[in-house]
Design a protein around this ligand. Sequence first.
Ligand SMILES: Cc1cc2nc3c(=O)[nH]c(=O)nc-3n(C[C@H](O)[C@H](O)[C@H](O)COP(=O)(O)O)c2cc1C
Length: 141
Amino acid sequence: MNVLVLYQSRKGHTRAAAEAIAQAARQMDHAVTVKAVIEVRQEDVANADALFVGTWVHGLILFNVRPAGAELWVPALPPLEGKPAGVFCTYLFHPHNSLSKLAAMLEARGATVRGQHAIQRRNPGQGAEAFVQGVLQAGTP
Ligand SMILES: Cc1cc2nc3c(=O)[nH]c(=O)nc-3n(C[C@H](O)[C@H](O)[C@H](O)COP(=O)(O)O)c2cc1C
């Protein structure tokens, strides 16, 4: 499979999580491209059999916790029609419902979200393998 991993990162934690997801997919013999959301082109998405899309969480710890910048960068993504996707986020305290918010935004652009993964920033690789496996295997007979 061709796998595209997209991330939005300010300080590098989400980029590290994206790299860990990419590494897990490569170990399963998939061809993987990793890009920042601002770098992605229509052909990157068109060529991908599956997407992973992630950002960090931004809020007031208990209130208004959301996927950072998603209201700006999700609408700017190429069309995601028919693409299976996994969503991820990194956080420091608690992600609250950032993942379901991001999933709904990607589904509104046409993606089919098959998995969600929240990652505490101190351990960007935690759970990457199971997350990738779940997303890539969901929907296969
Ligand atoms: C302005 C700002 C607001 C944040 N708000 C929250 C928050 O409400 N809850 C939380 O768990 N982490 C919060 N964080 C922590 C980030 O989500 C966390 O450090 C993340 O891993 C950063 O990712 P990055 O290194 O890719 O930019 C906030 C960070 C910043 C800079």
